[in-house]
Design a protein around this ligand. Structure first.
Ligand code: HEM
Ligand code: HEM
Length: 466
């Protein structure tokens, strides 16, 4: 009883908002979001230990660095995927104002994706993997994740087709995003003996998942969030959504060319990849405009909506600076020739993957898991502090990586200094990165705690039984 009291919620219950939640799919989406946030908390802790090991190599560690890195990369791709699945179910029902085709399927899909994702992490911890960066787990495990995406695609398409006259652009955009997630993972469930095909299909997940499929699901989520919370009128939001979706697909598909520069593709991809990458930046500009409109709105009523917006705003900021502008810089073939695969790439990867995608998924997860409650003023301030710590940690970490990357490029690639000598020079910057990582981890744990409290407070308010 005492234990129960210790963990019991002290925030305010927002009964009107609790009443609004009536769809079974929304209850199921909470499982996805809760799991995503928990995996995110785990990722920072594992990553901080890895960053420390790079500076103090003799540190005792149960898992060798290469497997720790593989788990870190698997987490980087899979927790945003799991959170996105929950967000898509939640916001599709909110947008269409009706139940999804099969909540039962959504529940089965949850267990599938969790089983196979945990399978990837645990087999990697046991040092079983295939050495294919980002998709280092054994291929059969990705088959399971792919089946889960097939179920999601089927469920969402059937949901839309149930009432064809009421298909909205936001719901359609999110469904297309999930279908792309499935189609792009599909070729990665088998192995190719041709190294060029192998590398190219890998980038369909590393690049196309992030810059096309997740771009669509996030745009749909943001649009629905703005509409359902009354921050922007539906007509205003829908006007740009289709155009943004088309640009994300065209820009994403051909922009992948910037990953084909040095893996054996014809030289025409140097031109195609760099020019079309410019198109990839346009949807981001549209997203910024949309968020600006929401922020200018006087209708931001509650601390819950404000905290969601702080997270979204962080995502938009890193999307412009870390993903788009830094990405464009790296795309110029004459620059990429020198910077390819250095710590500059790692700086961009953190700013883009967590900065833009991670923050957007956390915004959705927080919004979903807190539905039915309002944070107390203390809780809200704690949430804002967490966002500040996450942003400061990320910026310190990535700036240190960028400086290290420029030095690495200059000393190693231009002056031709010995690799190990260069590693020694980079050590102070990697220590600053570890410090940034520690600040980031604090922010992560604080935010996860706030989300946990919100989840706990609203647990008994979900009405439907599955
Ligand atoms: C949310 C959007 C984005 C995400 C999540 C993202 C993520 C990533 C990641 C994880 C990598 C590392 C891949 C590896 O280790 O092999 C990478 C590399 C790269 N990204 Fe992005 N990116 C985004 C947007 C962009 C944009 C808009 C551009 C260009 C306009 C871009 C250009 C590049 C380039 C050129 C590389 C390769 C760097 C190298 O050769 O080492 N990225 N990106
Ligand atoms: C406490 C925070 C974090 C720390 C200390 C950290 C540390 C690391 C380390 C040590 C590596 C190995 C290669 C390198 O030295 O750069 C790495 C790579 C990577 N991390 Fe993180 N990480 C953190 C958070 C995240 C998050 C939240 C994400 C995304 C959701 C992420 C995505 C990546 C990616 C994509 C790479 C591969 C970069 C590349 O080499 O192309 N990291 N990180």
């Amino acid at each position: 009883m005492k234990l129960f009291k210790r963990f019991s919620f002290r925030g305010k219950i927002d009964k009107s908002s609790a009443r609004k939640q009536q769809f079974i799919a929304q209850k199921i989406s909470r499982r996805y979001c809760f799991s995503a946030v928990s995996l995110f908390a785990l990722q920072s802790v594992v990553a901080s230990l890895g960053a420390l090991e790079l500076v103090i190599p003799d540190l005792p560690s149960p898992i060798p660095f290469e497997y720790g890195r593989a788990i870190h990369l698997a987490l980087a791709v899979l927790w945003p995927l799991i959170g996105t699945m929950g967000m898509v179910y939640f916001f599709t029902t909110a947008e269409l104002n009706r139940e999804i085709y099969s909540p039962r399927l959504a529940r089965w899909q949850y267990w599938l994706v969790m089983f196979f994702s945990l399978g990837v992490f645990s087999t990697l911890a046991l040092r079983i993997g295939n050495g294919r960066e980002y998709l280092e787990g054994i291929p059969i495990l990705y088959v399971g994740i792919c089946i889960s995406l097939i179920l999601a695609s089927y469920n969402l398409v059937r949901t839309l087709l149930t009432d064809k006259r009421n298909i909205t652009p936001a719901a359609a955009t999110m469904t297309v995003g999930v279908i792309f997630l499935m189609l792009l993972l599909l070729p990665n469930t088998i192995t190719f003996s041709n190294p060029i095909t192998d590398e190219a299909t890998k980038f369909w997940v590393v690049h196309l998942w992030e810059e096309m499929a997740f771009e669509l699901t996030s745009a749909g989520f943001i649009a629905t969030y703005f509409i359902v919370s009354g921050l922007a009128p539906r007509t205003e939001v829908e006007k740009w959504l289709y155009l943004e979706a088309v640009l994300a697909v065209v820009g994403g598909l051909y922009g992948t060319g910037h990953h084909y520069y040095w893996i054996g593709f014809p030289a025409v991809w140097l031109v195609l990849g760099s020019l079309v990458s410019l198109v990839e930046v346009i949807p981001v500009g549209m997203l910024v405009r949309m968020t600006y409109k929401g922020l200018k709105s006087t209708k931001i009523r509650s601390n819950r909506e404000k905290l969601t917006l702080w997270l979204l705003l962080s995502s938009v900021f890193h999307h412009i600076i870390g993903a788009s502008l830094l990405g464009l810089f790296l795309t110029v073939p004459w620059i990429n020739l020198y910077t390819h695969g250095t710590y500059i790439t790692s700086g961009h990867a953190h700013l883009a993957l967590f900065g833009s995608l991670g923050f957007a998924v956390l915004a959705g997860c927080y919004y979903i898991l807190s539905q039915g409650s309002q944070p107390t003023l203390k809780g809200y301030k704690g949430g804002v502090l967490a966002v500040i710590l996450l942003n400061s940690g990320l910026i310190i970490m990535s700036s240190a990586l960028l400086v290290a990357g420029f030095m690495e490029t200059y000393f190693w690639r231009i002056l031709g200094m010995d690799f190990m000598q260069v590693r020694f020079i980079l050590k102070p910057y990697l220590s600053i990165r570890a410090l940034g990582g520690a600040i980031f981890t604090l922010g992560d744990l604080l935010l996860s705690w706030r989300i946990f409290k919100a989840w706990q407070a609203t647990r008994s308010y979900r009405q439907p039984k599955i």
